[in-house]
Design a protein around this ligand. Structure first.
Ligand code: SAH
Length: 362
């Protein structure tokens, strides 16, 4: 039995069944036993691999994109470069390496890392010891005195969701309670109106049995961030699992050692993620008067940024084994049955005339 399972069982005995958002935030973020608090989960040895861990090319292209955006925005100095959920810091490391020679860019940068895991913060402080970054456990402490560039890869999918189910008598919420034997078990309770108000109204009618996932935490995060971008000017980029065009569906999943497992399996020992509704991201940005680019597929974005050219360049001096590795990385990042279509990219900017690269088809 995991330490977190014991804690969750006691919590349910005391307070009754808990909703999925609370379960997800305990599993990922419990200060002592949460998944991200206790480990570096990335890579072949870990539970899953993210795009920057697949190949340096990913972070390099995002680096070129960031530099291009900064130059087109008249090269503000100082500028706050914020990464949300940097993990091992691989993306930012590649971004900084590729942009090192750019005139004035590094001199203008103030780096901010939004990270809730102490364990990953330690990994990041090693990786960026020459850049004196500032850490934030959420967006509340982000600076408000200069333009912002914000990047988040596989960050939004870690924010907790509630699951609601349409029944004959209205909406129910999925909750986790205890079976007679004391095991975690899924159940339902009548949904709270405060959660129901987040259900997208884009569908005229939901059918009995439809499931909808909503994330008030994600909305609060984006509202705070977009307010910063509106006031301080700047732009942001999100890359994540997700969908556009709302359809009721269940996307919350648990992954352990590269395998899908039940969401109730080994709480605190598996990664839990939910696909991001990109329509929610766009509409919150538009409500704040910001400009939206995309969403488009990761494949289109990376191809528009010249991933093929970069792979060919790197292949020139590569050994046959390295060449094979580069082609495999391209397939993993852009393959339509791999990350290419399921992952989407969206950018939001305070300046409607700013032409951010990657969103216009080459
Ligand atoms: N961007 C990295 C890591 C993605 S995993 C990559 O692409 O490899 C998610 C990251 O977000 C981890 O660093 C995790 O610790 C962090 N994280 C998850 N939930 C968070 C939250 N609510 N606040 C701050 N950081 C969070």
């Amino acid at each position: 039995m995991t330490a977190l399972l014991k804690h969750i069982q006691e919590d349910i005995r005391l307070n009754g069944p808990m909703d999925m958002a609370r379960y997800m935030s305990l599993c990922l973020g419990h200060p002592e036993h949460g998944y991200y608090m206790t480990r570096d989960p990335f890579g072949v040895e870990g539970d899953f691999i993210t795009a920057p861990e697949v190949s340096q090319v990913f972070g390099e292209l995002i680096g070129a994109w960031t530099l291009d955006g900064w130059m087109k925005a008249s090269a503000p100095d100082p500028v706050h470069l914020v990464e949300l959920g940097p993990g091992r810091g691989t993306l930012l490391g590649d971004l900084l390496r590729i942009t090192k020679g750019a005139n004035g860019f590094h001199e203008a940068l103030h780096i901010h890392l939004v990270e809730s895991s102490l364990c990953l913060k330690n990994v990041q402080s090693q990786a960026f010891r020459n850049y004196a970054p500032a850490w934030h456990s959420d967006l509340k402490t982000l600076p408000d005195d200069a333009p912002l560039i914000v990047i988040g890869n596989e960050f939004l999918d870690a924010l907790p969701v509630h699951q609601l189910v349409k029944t004959q008598n209205g909406w129910n919420e999925v909750v986790i309670g205890l079976s007679e034997e004391g095991h975690l078990a899924l159940g339902q309770k009548e949904a709270d109106p405060a959660i129901m108000k987040h259900i997208p109204q884009s569908l005229l009618e939901y059918k009995e049995g439809d499931m909808v996932e909503v994330s008030p935490v994600l909305k609060n995060y984006l509202n705070d961030l977009f307010e910063h971008i509106q006031k301080q000017i700047g732009f942001c980029l999100f890359i994540d699992y997700g969908y556009t065009g709302f359809t009721p569906q269940k996307t919350l999943q648990a992954v352990q050692k590269h395998q899908h497992v039940s969401i109730l399996h080994d709480p605190g020992e598996c990664d839990l993620t939910a696909h991001v509704c990109f329509d929610t991201v766009s509409s919150l940005a538009l409500e704040k008067g910001l400009s939206v680019h995309g969403p488009i597929s990761q494949k289109s974005f990376l191809e528009n940024l010249g991933i093929r050219l970069r792979i060919e360049m790197l292949s020139k001096n590569a050994t046959p084994g390295q060449k094979k590795g580069l082609e495999a990385a391209y397939e993993r990042l852009c393959g339509i049955d791999q990350m290419g279509e399921l992952f989407k990219v969206i950018a939001v900017s305070s300046d409607p005339s700013l032409e951010l690269e990657g969103f216009i088809c080459a």
